[in-house]
Design a protein around this ligand. Structure first.
Ligand code: EPU
Length: 421
C-alpha cells in the first residue's frame, strides 16, 4: 500500500504533459471486441483502470501488448464471453464489454457491477437498450446473462444522458441488423471518439457529436489503429494545481476545446490563461482566488469528475461558493477529508457550500475514490506543512504517476510504501 507525503504551501513552476484520456480508452478497448484482428490504440494512459481492462480482455482471449502508450489488442481468438466478478468488481467500466460481446457473439455473461465508493450507480439504461435491440436478459447469481440470435436495430430514448449506456448501445448497434436511433445520446468527447473509431472500423453512424445518433448496422467490422484524445480531467486537475498554489505553469494538452467550461471558470476565479498551439499557460501569480459557483452537468457543462477538485480550490477562495453535483448527488466523500485540512464546507443535499479560508494546514487524510484523492492532493499542495494521503491506490486508477508529473512542476511530493491502511 502506498501513501503520498506532500510538503505544501509552495508555488509550482514549469511544464507538464497531459496523458491520454482514461475514460475514452476504456470505451475504445472493448470496442475492439467487435472485430477479429489486430487493433492499436495510441496515446493510452498507463493507469490501473487500463490494466484492469487489459486483464478482463485477456480473460476473454484477447492478446495484448502495451508499450510506450501504444496498446495492441488482437481480437482474433476470443475464447469465451464471460466477464467475471473478480475484474468487474474492480471497475464499473467493465460493463462496456456487454454490448460488443452480445452483438458479435450473440451471448455475454457479465458480472453486475456493485455499488461504487460514493453510492449506487445503476446500469438499467444499458440493460433496457440491449433489450430494445432484441436481447433476452436474465439476472442470475449476480451475473447479467444476455442472449440473442442477432440484434435488431431499434429506437432508443434515454431518459438520462449516460456516457456508458450510449457507448454500449453504439457498439452493440454497429453490428445489429437494420437501423438504430439513439435519442438523448451522450455527447462527451469520449463518446465522439468512440463513434469516430467505430466508423473507422466500418460502422455506419450519422449524427456524431450530437444527441441523436443513427446507426445502420453492418455485417462485420475491421480492425483499426486509432489515436486517443488527451485527458480533459487530468488537464483540469493540473491547471487547478497551478491555480490553488498561485503559480505560473504550462500544460501540454492538445484538446483545449474539450476544456472550455473549466478554462472559463478558472478565468472567473482570477487566473490568466493563454491557450496557444497545444500549450495552456496558466498564471495565477499574485492573484487572489475569487469565489466561483459551479453546477455539474453533462458535456459541455462542468464535469462531475472535476467537482471534488473545484471544492478543494474554492476552499481557499475569498468568499463563499456553492458547488452542486447534479450527476452524482452523493459524490462528496472528499468533503470531511478536506475539512481535516481546515476547509470550511457545509453539505446541503447535493451541494457543498464552501466558505473560503485564508490557509489550509497539513494533516493526515484518506483517499476515498479517484477524484476525491485528486482533490486531497491539490489541497495538500496548497496547505502549509505536511499532508499525508493514505490509500492512494484510488488515484493510481486514473492518473498516470501523478506525483512524477507534479514533481516536474517542482512540487514536494513523495510516494512512500506503508503498511498503514
Ligand atoms: N445512470 C442511470 N442508469 C444507467 C446509467 C447511468 O441512471 O444505466 C445515471 C447515473 O447514475 C448518473 C448519470 O446517469 O447519474 C450519468 O452516468 P453515466 O452513465 O454517464 O456515467 P458512467 O458512464 O458510468 C462515466 C465516467 C465517469 C463519469 C461519468 C459522468 C467512464 C469509464 N466513466 O461513467 O468517470 O463520472 O461518466 O460523466 O467513462 C471518473 O473518471 O472518475 C468517473 C467516475
Amino acid at each position: 500500500m502506498d501513501k503520498f507525503i506532500i510538503h505544501g504551501g509552495k508555488q509550482l513552476s514549469g511544464s507538464v504533459e497531459i496523458s491520454g484520456a482514461k475514460n475514452s480508452a476504456l470505451a475504445l478497448m472493448p470496442a475492439c471486441l467487435l472485430n477479429a484482428g489486430k487493433n492499436t490504440i495510441l496515446n493510452t494512459p498507463e493507469v490501473n483502470d487500463i490494466y484492469t481492462m487489459i486483464k478482463l480482455l485477456n480473460s476473454l482471449g484477447v492478446e495484448s501488448e502495451f508499450y510506450n502508450h501504444e496498446l495492441k489488442l488482437d481480437t482474433s481468438r476470443i475464447k469465451n464471453q464471460i466477464a467475471p466478478y473478480e475484474h468487474v468488481k474492480k471497475m464499473r467500466a467493465s460493463i462496456y464489454v456487454l454490448g460488443p460481446l452480445l452483438s458479435r457473439f450473440g451471448y455475454a455473461k457479465v458480472s453486475m457491477p456493485g455499488g461504487c465508493a460514493w453510492g449506487p450507480r445503476p446500469i438499467n439504461l444499458h440493460l433496457e437498450a440491449m433489450k430494445k435491440l432484441g436481447a433476452e436478459i436474465e439476472l442470475e447469481e449476480g451475473y447479467i446473462i444476455a442472449k440473442t440470435k442477432r440484434l435488431n436495430g431499434a429506437k432508443i430514448h434515454f431518459d438520462v444522458s449516460s456516457v456508458g449506456a450510449t457507448g454500449n448501445t453504439l457498439m452493440a448497434a454497429s453490428l445489429a441488423k437494420g437501423t438504430t436511433l439513439i435519442f438523448n445520446a451522450a455527447i462527451e468527447p469520449e463518446i465522439t471518439l468512440l463513434a469516430e473509431t467505430l466508423v473507422k472500423m466500418g460502422a455506419h453512424i450519422k449524427g456524431i457529436g450530437s444527441s441523436t445518433l443513427e446507426i445502420e448496422g453492418v455485417e462485420e467490422l475491421k480492425p483499426v489503429t486509432t489515436k486517443n484524445i488527451g485527458d480533459r480531467i487530468e488537464a483540469g486537475t493540473m491547471l487547478i494545481a497551478g491555480a490553488i498554489t498561485r503559480s505560473k505553469i504550462n500544460i501540454a494538452y492538445n484538446n483545449p476545446e474539450h476544456l472550455e467550461i473549466i478554462l472559463d471558470k478558472l478565468k472567473e476565479s482570477g487566473v490568466n490563461l493563454i491557450v496557444n498551439n497545444g500549450i495552456i499557460e496558466l498564471d495565477a501569480n499574485n492573484s487572489i482566488i475569487k469565489n466561483v459557483d459551479v453546477t455539474t452537468a453533462v458535456y459541455p457543462g462542468f464535469p462531475t469528475d472535476m467537482q471534488a477538485q473545484w471544492i478543494a480550490y474554492m476552499s481557499l477562495a475569498e468568499g463563499t461558493s456553492t458547488i452542486t453535483d447534479t450527476i452524482y448527488l452523493d459524490r462528496f466523500t472528499h468533503v470531511p477529508e478536506l475539512m481535516r485540512l481546515g476547509a470550511q464546507i457545509e453539505l446541503r443535499n447535493n451541494s457543498a457550500v464552501v466558505k473560503g479560508v485564508k490557509k489550509l494546514k497539513g494533516a493526515k487524510v484518506m483517499s476515498t475514490d479517484l477524484r476525491a484523492s485528486a482533490s486531497l492532493v491539490l489541497a495538500g499542495l496548497a496547505a502549509e506543512g505536511e499532508t499525508e494521503i493514505l490509500r492512494i491506490y484510488h488515484i493510481d486508477r486514473g492518473y498516470q504517476r501523478i506525483e512524477e508529473k507534479l514533481k516536474m512542476l517542482n512540487a514536494d511530493i513523495t510516494r512512500v510504501t506503508t503498511s498503514e491502511f
